[in-house]
Write a protein that binds this ligand. Structure first.
Ligand code: APR
Length: 253
């Protein structure tokens, strides 16, 4: 089966790879819905955009959780799955990578920004919700470490928030439209490490399939799109992608 996926990658004209938190668990970053995942330890209802806007206490809790996750992200290294997707780009076999992840590990692995759509944003910088001033995450982390609990904009006093998309927060328009356009235009769509339960992102494999793409799912557990996939590999992303790229290099040295 992995050899078949490799053949498809070599033959395809426009391969879109679509990933979720499952590609980063082998780098030490927990996913959301597996046992021990973020939403099994914290209540997602507490971390909605509306709550963030509504209460100082909610913002304090949001930044506490954010610091815990950011510490893991800072320490994380790309794993074999990230490295394989970067290799696909280097070999000219990747039309684009659409990631639901906010950890920036694709860039550490070697993917270039032009090829990556971060549909749920990134923790790597912070934005003022009022004047849109942009701060580096490390700059804000220093302020938090120095005791600031709910950072505010030093230009306008507005609320600062990591540049991620929280539940209830509008999706980034340009990135979302481009993700749907590229998915619909793909002839091979590979989903890796996502439960495919959060919309609109989870619609992307359906749009790809509806427009004629060959749909591959690589995931440890069942997903909502297994029934429409052409190939489902039930297993870990790192080892699977490593083996697939070994076959690809045999076919396209
Ligand atoms: N290899 C393969 N699959 C894995 C691995 C692994 N090493 N580790 C976890 N998985 C699978 C799990 O089986 C699960 O189906 O990855 C999937 C992760 O699913 P979720 O935790 O729901 O993460 P994701 O699909 O990315 O969530 C989507 O939800 O909370 C929001 O914004 C957040 O982007 C996130 C979105």
């Amino acid at each position: 089966m992995l050899r078949q996926i490799a053949e498809k990658i070599v033959q395809a004209q426009r391969t879109v790879v679509f990933v979720g938190a499952g590609v980063s668990t082998e780098s030490g970053i927990p996913d959301f819905r597996s046992p021990g995942g973020i939403w099994t330890r914290f209540d997602p209802e507490e971390f909605t955009y509306q709550n963030f806007l509504a209460s100082e206490r909610a913002r304090e809790r949001y930044w506490q959780l954010g610091r815990e996750i950011y510490a893991l992200i800072k320490a994380a290294q790309p794993n074999a799955a990230h490295l394989a997707i970067a290799e696909m780009e280097r070999m000219g076999l990747l039309d684009c990578l659409i990631t639901q992840n906010i950890d920036g590990l694709h860039f550490k692995a070697g993917n270039t920004p032009e090829k990556v759509i971060e549909i749920h944003g990134t923790v790597m910088y912070v934005l003022c919700l009022t004047c849109r001033k942009r701060y580096s995450r490390d700059e804000i982390e220093l302020r938090l470490a120095a005791g600031e609990k709910v950072p505010r904009c030093d230009e306008c006093g507005g609320l600062l928030k990591p540049a991620t998309v929280a539940f209830g927060q509008p999706m980034p328009e340009r990135e979302t439209a481009e993700a749907f356009r590229r998915s619909a235009a793909s002839d091979l769509f590979i989903c890796i490490g996502s439960s495919l339960v959060v919309h609109p992102a989870a619609q992307l494999p359906v749009v790809a399939k509806d427009n004629g793409a060959f749909l591959v799912i690589i995931n440890r557990d069942p997903t909502t799109c297994d029934s429409i996939a052409d190939v489902v590999h039930r297993g870990l992303a790192g080892p699977a992608m490593e083996e697939i790229m070994r076959y690809v290099k045999e076919m396209k040295p």
